[in-house]
Design a protein around this ligand. Structure first.
Ligand code: NDP
Ligand code: 8X3
Length: 253
């Protein structure tokens, strides 16, 4: 029987690439995000190109009652969630601690930490009832190290790193796997969002190097979910060849 994967933040970047790759590899999908048009477009494309069934849930992960309502609304054939990919997240701003905007901090904390917790709190009990499940958190190299002006984004991803370990311990007696993927530079909409829509500044982040593509991270997620049932991949850090740490990046020019 096909497994069902819920991917948060599937309208772009890593979440979207993961949706396409898992659909091609025999998984059914629940895709989520705020941009409904994009979700519907992705559902249509996947359902016409693959054998996957796709359910769309349109909600803002920062709102716990929206999260709960969305999961409660799932039709019977999508109620068994085998895998949860906690991917929705963002950076907002890149400013020193003494100058950054409080609103940027709220967005990152509410999305990357609280949103991930809301969705996990709603889905994990379903997995416990089923006596099986797998949660994969998309952390970051920013959850392993801090870099100049990364302050609150790095703190949120350090929280994801800690929560991944904590979830794995709490869910150990329930037979539920918990994994993390911690990517370095991936060329998605991430930098455009971080720089509040400044495309030129965003492009500059990836100029002069070959960054990771969203598909590279999707590939890692596929590897993690396709291990035998007794194997739990705990954590994978993945960077482009041009990156050795959060701030050691080699550029050509
Ligand atoms: P994108 O900006 O391309 O995608 C982010 C996704 O998150 C979108 O689908 C967006 O959907 C969703 N999202 C953001 N805020 C919310 C919200 N409030 N409610 C629901 N969904 C939300 O970035 P990436 O694909 O790069 O990022 C995915 C994850 O990977 C993030 O957690 C990020 O921190 C992490 N990451 C990214 C790296 C990179 O270099 N790109 C490196 C390391 C980690 P919508 O706007 O439609 O709601
Ligand atoms: C995204 C990668 O290095 O911009 O998490 O923080 S980085």
């Amino acid at each position: 029987m096909k497994k069902t994967v819920l991917i948060s933040g599937a309208t772009a970047g890593i979440g979207k690439a993961t949706a396409f790759l898992l659909a091609q590899n025999n998984y059914n999908l629940i895709i989520t995000g705020r941009r409904k048009e994009r979700l519907l477009e992705i559902k249509n494309t996947i359902e016409s190109d693959t054998n996957a069934n796709v359910e769309v849930l349109n909600f803002d992960i920062r709102n716990n009652s929206e999260v709960c309502k969305a999961i409660d609304s799932l039709p019977e054939n999508f109620k068994k969630i085998d895998i949860l990919v906690n991917n929705a997240g963002l950076a907002s701003g890149l400013d020193p601690i003494n100058e950054a905007q409080i609103d940027d901090w709220e967005k990152m904390i509410d999305t990357n930490i609280k949103g991930l917790l809301y969705l996990t709190r709603k889905v994990a009990p379903l997995m416990v009832d089923q006596k099986s499940g797998h949660i994969i958190n998309i952390g970051s190299i920013a959850g392993k190290e801090v870099y100049p002006n990364g302050n609150v984004y790095c703190a949120t991803k350090h929280a994801v790193d800690a929560l991944t370990k904590a979830m794995r311990i709490d869910l150990l007696p329930k037979g539920i796997k918990v994994s993390q993927v911690a990517p370095g530079l991936v060329d998605t909409e991430f930098s455009e969002v971080r720089f509040h829509g400044d495309k030129a500044r965003a492009e500059n982040v990836y100029k002069g190097l070959v960054p990771l593509h969203a598909e590279d991270i999707a590939d890692v997620v596929l590897y993690i979910v396709s291990r035998p049932s007794h194997v739990c991949i705990n954590d994978i850090v993945v960077t482009p060849l041009a990156q050795a740490s959060a701030y050691n990046v080699i550029k050509n020019s």
